[in-house]
Design a protein around this ligand. Structure first.
Ligand code: ASP
Length: 317
């Protein structure tokens, strides 16, 4: 029988970062160490019963994540998912935009195998780095029979792509699934699940995949921007974006989707002019609860950044 494989794709981030001093956790440069070197530093990963395949897909600080990297990543993930001997995929990624990449891959590919993003809050050169344990934990999830969907693993916690959010600037346990709660925990390499694997979403493929695979089109992904509601929010930013040709707008509304009346009027005008408008909430927990008279559709529980990704994928169609 062919040996099952775990594929580990590197994209950069703090997990691959280096600093001049082992006690420096903030003044480092992200995305310096190659994926092979990161894997080689973890003996129990090297000795895994699975065949390990490593590939450097990108080497970026995830604050600089680009559509070009997303396109390449989606292509490599699809390529490996299609191989019967691949059990699961681990992706090392910066923490800053991890949740966006997670939702992008989940909504696009709807994988029936585990695709596990992992990260670190401390650079690889730290006295006690968190990356190696996170990679080990992510590999345990990728190897777990029945695991599916795009997941995120950090500090021993398994999150689903839909709910995961970075919630802390410094703490090692920097992610939360909000009021949905995590999918489970990894303890001594074993999984303790607290709920089901993420439900299947309607994948945006194949139209979006075709769009993304087309290099020329990849240079011009649908333009979707985020505006925010706050005290004194007005029409100016929305009007400027519409004049500039934006195709979609996500509004990070207050509370249960509420908007300053001036911003609301500007968004309704934008919608009437053909711009797709989606209302998400800037609250960390909860979702916009739809009402009968809503003029602007809600994000169906997606945060503003994920609603933006979703709208871009929809507009590709
Ligand atoms: N700026 C880094 C990144 O997102 C932060 C991290 O990985 O923790 O790549």
């Amino acid at each position: 029988m062919t040996k099952k494989k775990i594929v580990i794709l590197g994209t950069g981030g703090t997990i691959a970062g280096t600093a001049d001093s082992a006690s420096d956790h903030t003044g480092y440069t992200a995305a310096q160490v190659g994926i092979e070197q990161l894997v080689a530093a973890i003996p129990s990963l090297r000795d895994s019963p699975f065949g390990l395949v490593t590939e450097q897909v990108a080497q970026v600080d995830s604050k600089d994540m680009s559509f070009a990297v997303w396109a390449k990543l989606a292509a490599r993930v699809s390529h490996f998912l299609a191989q019967a001997e691949v059990q699961g995929i681990v992706i090392t990624h910066g923490t800053d935009t991890l949740e966006e990449t997670a939702w992008f891959l989940h909504a696009l590919l709807n994988p029936d195998k585990p695709v596990v993003l992992t990260c670190a809050m401390r650079p690889a050169t730290a006295l006690v780095p968190d990356g190696p344990q996170n990679m080990l934990d992510a590999s345990a999830v990728a190897a777990f029979p029945g695991a599916r969907g795009v997941l995120a693993v950090c500090a021993g916690v398994i999150h689903g792509a839909r709910d995961v959010q970075k919630v802390h600037t410094y703490r090692l346990d920097a992610f939360s699934s909000g009021d949905a709660g995590p999918i489970g925990y990894i303890e001594e390499g074993r999984l303790r699940l607290t709920r089901n694997w993420p439900e299947a979403v309607i994948p945006r493929a194949p139209v979006a995949i075709k769009f993304i695979a087309n290099q020329e089109a990849a240079l011009a992904w649908p333009r979707v921007e985020i505006v925010m509601n706050y005290a004194g929010a007005g029409a100016a930013v929305t009007s400027a974006l519409v004049a500039d040709g934006v195709q979609g707008l996500v509004v990070a509304a207050t509370g249960n989707g509420t908007l300053h009346h001036e911003l609301e009027a500007a968004l309704q005008l934008a919608q009437a002019a053909g711009v797709r408008v989606v209302r998400a909430t800037r609250c960390f927990e909860g979702r916009v609860i739809p009402g009968a008279g809503d003029l602007l559709p809600d994000s169906q529980g997606l945060t503003p950044v994920k609603a933006r990704v979703d709208l871009m994928l929809q507009l590709m169609g």
